[in-house]
Design a protein around this ligand. Structure first.
Ligand code: FAD
Length: 413
């Protein structure tokens, strides 16, 4: 993953190659945006898979990953050009944010050569889709309190427990799971990471019905799920450090999106709408639109800094929380500004697709402040690890997990 400089001619040629591909494939058509409710996720996923398959065929998928593992074996300079070019086209791969933004880098960082040979190429080309299984009913912000357990039985791990809020589990082929492998150790020390086959009959996936009519995430139950011993991902009992790395990737993926450069798409769209609807001269609305414009500009600049750090070979650090927090703030601002521009039409519409989409985006905007770690947790991370403020008092970091009353483990009460 080097940042080899390209000559101006090489840069122009590669930009043209990206543009030609996007011109043909990034049409936005069939993106599933027109479909409503529960079909929407499947529609968007079908579009993402088709697009990614074509990208792989064109030799443009997984740009910085080695060809040995199904990547394109190119440099971060190529990746930057791709992102700059993609910025001007519809996002075709939003449903692959977890599979590519989080599972792929974690597989690459912690996977063995054999695991990478087996899984990376299919992931990159979206022949398989991956999900992330961290959260449990009793372990969200405090995910180290997780109770799903993995026990070694001969050449297999046996997994029992439950995960929740697993985005796209129902459309995924594999999952990255964290489970407890040593209950005698303190809670952060006895966790390991695994690869799980989501199609195994011992995995039960139950959809969670959302306020916007969709079923985007799920409860997942494991009942004596057996996986090969070799599907341990990374080191035994090092799962907490690996999970933290994955969460950093998650915040970067959420906070920076798939494009690069400065953009303010929501402000642009709403300013345009306000002009069309004759509301652009309303002083309070003008002020709010300007605040949104400034917030999106700031978020872009934070994302550019994060990408520059990645380009310089730095692992994503707690600064990723800043981008995630900006995204959540923008989602919150969008709620009131969209309502101010479009009025009651965003709620009481007669099926008009644009208004239906705005209505859905208002309803789903609340999740931005929770998914990938809540706003409060991001602020704690920024306080502790960026600003160097004193950390929260933790009384349970040296106690064996089995002696803690955490999650739903309260039988000793
Ligand atoms: C749309 C969406 C998609 C998701 N997708 C996935 C997924 O694919 N995989 C996955 O594993 N999980 C997923 N999650 C789960 C998500 O990571 C958790 O919901 C999140 O970490 C919060 O955990 P919780 O819901 O248990 O809330 P809790 O941790 O119970 O928090 C409840 C409240 O307490 C506050 N709080 C908790 N601890 C502290 C503290 N120390 N300091 C200050 N305030 C605190 C929180 O900020 C929050 O307001 C998803 C969630 C959403 C909304």
């Amino acid at each position: 993953m080097s940042e080899t400089e390209l000559s101006p001619a090489e840069e122009a040629a590669f930009r043209e190659r990206c543009r030609a591909f996007l011109e043909e494939h990034a049409t936005g058509v069939g993106g599933g945006r027109a479909a409503s409710g529960e079909d929407r996720g499947a529609g968007l996923m079908a579009t993402a898979k088709k697009f990614q398959g074509a990208l792989a065929e064109a030799g443009l998928a997984g740009l910085v990953y080695p060809t040995e593992y199904g990547g394109a074996g190119l440099t971060r300079a190529h990746d930057r050009i791709w992102r700059e070019t993609y910025r001007d086209y519809p996002d075709m791969t939003s449903e692959l944010t977890i599979s590519h933004g989080m599972c792929l880098p974690v597989l690459n960082d912690f996977g063995t050569h054999e695991q990478k040979l087996q899984f990376l190429g299919d992931n990159i080309a979206a022949r398989t889709v991956w999900c992330q299984m961290f959260s449990e009913p009793g372990a969200g912000s405090d995910v180290a309190s997780l109770q799903t357990k993995a026990e070694l039985d001969g050449d297999e791990w046996v997994i029992n427990g439950q995960k929740v809020w697993t985005t796209l589990a129902h459309l995924s082929d594999y999952g990255v799971l964290i489970a407890r492998t040593n209950p005698e150790a303190p809670k952060h020390a006895g966790i390991s990471m695994f690869i799980v086959d989501m199609k195994d009959p011992a995995v039960e996936i139950r959809p969670i019905h959302q306020i916007d009519g969709g079923k985007h995430f799920n409860e997942v139950f494991f009942s004596d799920l057996r996986i090969p011993k070799s599907w341990l991902l990374g080191e035994l009992n090092n799962g907490w450090n690996q999970a933290t790395a994955m969460l950093m990737y998650e915040r970067v993926a959420i906070g920076t999106g798939s494009s690069s450069g400065i953009s303010h798409p929501n402000a642009d769209r709403l300013i345009n709408d306000a002009v069309k609807l004759g509301k652009i001269n309303e002083p309070v609305l003008r002020q709010d639109l300007m605040r949104l414009y400034a917030e999106e500009t700031t978020k872009s600049m934070v994302a550019m800094r994060t990408r520059a750090e990645l380009k310089a070979g730095k692992a994503p650090g707690p600064g990723g929380s800043l981008g995630k927090l900006h995204g959540a703030k923008i989602a919150k601002m969008m709620r009131s500004i969209t309502s101010a521009v479009h009025g009651a039409d965003v709620v009481a519409h007669d099926g008009d697709e644009k208004l239906a989409m705005l209505s859905r985006s208002i309803l789903t905007s609340f999740s931005a402040q929770i998914a990938g770690g809540t706003d409060e947790i991001q602020k704690n991370i920024i306080g502790d690890r960026v600003l160097g403020l004193p950390r929260d008092i933790a009384v349970d970091t040296k106690v064996p997990f089995k002696d803690l009353k955490v999650g739903t483990q309260r039988s000793a009460d």
